[in-house]
Design a protein around this ligand. Structure first.
Ligand code: ATP
Ligand code: MN
Length: 465
């Protein structure tokens, strides 16, 4: 076929240059018509909208058009004309059609519309071709870009923290071990322990659960940094909000206290949601119509309203006095469950909530200790439908307090001697938080299951694709 430069469907649908000959390439969503003409809905992933191809049977022949079925990939050259039909601006009168690849209707799984999300998870190699997953994965891209833009525009540096680590950002959950040892013949020490000195790194290593500890090292030099990378947790929690492999964004800022940290978290989330509304309007409109009729309203609400800020102690009091029957008991000292978090957000305040000053027993060793001796300067941002979307804190920057607390909880400081040294050499107040990227994606897409906002989910007993 002649070589005209390919036009993306998203670009084509924005122009009114009717009469021009154009070239488009994409996957057939549907073909319908009569014995005179075929109407092909073509999608190339650049937008949720299809372009309609009008192909005269007389011109192409029925046999030629036979393999142009749902899922087939074709190249079309033709005249872009104003559309006769409703709901679309232009369509293409096909002059030439080239079939790159057919998709046998007897075996191509995406025949009809309205497959269940569960079924689509089993065909993760093809689900990006559905309207729903096209929308979600385009939005994932836009959100990733917005995250980098937000920080870049504000002078934060993107710090690449390691994926393989010998340290555990304590309390963040169980880790996946990384090893090259032969598991059928594990080397043993005299004491019959695994001899990690024979392992690749000469010691036991894991996949990271958080880039925070290294992020803090960056903040102590560059001032304001952020990470945005994969994180791994081997928790056997089969919930709609947990993945074994997920992406986390972790800003860390020198000279920030917990109030600055809350301001950053609130501004950041509002920016990202506004960015989605401004840049993903077609995709959000589709998701709003098909999955969550309150999505757009909820996104606007969060952008336009202040988050409520209160202490854990105040939050627990509200829950205790609510008279609501929770599955898990609530009392001062309890680690709040999703049902408690969502009660505060959805039933009590009806807006996002930032809880601060948690009991030190339920939070990590690095959080700044309050003078009351009982609580630490941790903060969780709680969202409707999600529960915890961000967890963060002001960090303990005092060498004596940090090491004493580690001793109290029986934590060996030797493996993170380098972390402790930042409190010895030019220590500074600082704070940061972690935003789970897929939790953000759940919120901006209105999807209910975290497996549906990442292309290839990793969960217990599932590492397909
Ligand atoms: P949760 O209590 O919901 O299990 P967490 O307190 O263990 O989360 P943090 O260690 O504070 O989580 O991690 C920071 C953020 O990373 C969380 O606020 C959440 O947005 C996200 N996150 C944590 N665990 C997961 C997971 N398994 N899958 C997806 N996102 C996660
Ligand atoms: Mn947390």
């Amino acid at each position: 076929m002649e070589t005209i430069r390919r036009t993306k469907i998203s670009d084509l649908l924005q122009q009114d240059d009717f009469g021009a000959t154009v070239s488009v390439k994409g996957w057939v969503r549907t073909r319908r018509g009569n014995k005179n003409v075929s109407f092909i809905a073509l999608n190339d992933g650049s937008t949720i909208n299809n372009i309609q191809i009008v192909a005269e049977i007389e011109k192409f022949g029925e046999d030629f058009l036979k393999p142009v079925t749902t899922g087939a990939c074709i190249h079309v050259v033709g005249k872009y004309v104003e559309s006769q039909g409703q709901g679309q601006k232009g369509e293409i009168l096909a002059e030439k059609i080239e079939i790159y690849g057919s998709a046998d209707p007897a075996t191509y799984p995406l025949q009809k519309k309205g497959h269940s999300l569960e079924f689509l998870r089993e065909i993760a190699h093809l689900r990006p071709r559905t309207n729903t997953f096209g929308a979600i994965f385009r939005m994932r891209h836009h959100m990733s870009y917005a995250i980098h833009k937000y920080f870049n525009d504000r002078g934060f540096y993107y710090l690449h923290t390691p994926i393989v680590t010998a340290s555990d950002a304590e309390g963040a959950g169980s880790m996946f071990q990384v090893t090259t040892l032969n598991l059928n013949n594990v080397p043993r020490t005299e004491m019959q322990d695994v001899d990690y000195s024979e392992d690749f790194f000469g010691r036991q290593t894991n996949l990271t659960v958080s880039g925070q500890l290294e992020g803090e090292l960056g903040a102590m030099a560059l001032g304001a940094v952020y990470t945005f990378g994969p994180t791994f947790r081997a928790e056997n929690s089969n919930t709609p909000r947990h993945l074994a492999e997920f992406w986390m964004i972790e800003p860390e800022v020198a000279f920030y206290d917990i109030h600055d940290n809350m301001d950053l978290a609130e501004d950041f989330l509002k920016y990202l949601i506004r960015y989605a509304l401004d840049n993903c309007a077609d995709d959000i409109a589709f998701l709003n119509e098909h999955f969550d009729k309150e999505l757009i309203e909820r996104l606007n609400f969060v952008v336009n309203n202040d988050f409520v800020r209160l202490t854990y102690t105040e939050g627990v009091k509200i829950l205790e006095e609510s008279g609501h029957k929770f599955e898990f008991p609530v009392y001062w000292g309890a680690d709040l469950q999703s049902e408690h978090e969502r009660y505060l957000v959805e039933n009590h305040f009806k807006r996002p909530v930032i809880l601060t000053d948690y009991p030190k027993e339920i939070k990590s060793f690095y959080m700044k200790q309050n003078d009351d001796g009982k609580t630490v300067r941790g903060m969780d941002v709680l969202f409707p439908k999600i529960g915890e979307i961000i967890g963060g804190s002001e960090r303990e920057s005092d060498y004596d307090k940090l090491t004493k607390h580690m001793e109290e909880i029986g934590m060996n400081s030797a493996p993170i001697w380098w972390y402790i040294e930042t409190r010895k050499f030019g220590t500074a107040p600082h704070a940061g938080f972690g935003l789970g990227f897929e939790r953000l994606m759940l919120f901006v897409t209105g999807m209910a299951n975290i497996r549906d906002v990442i292309p290839f989910p990793r969960t217990p007993n599932n590492a397909d694709f």
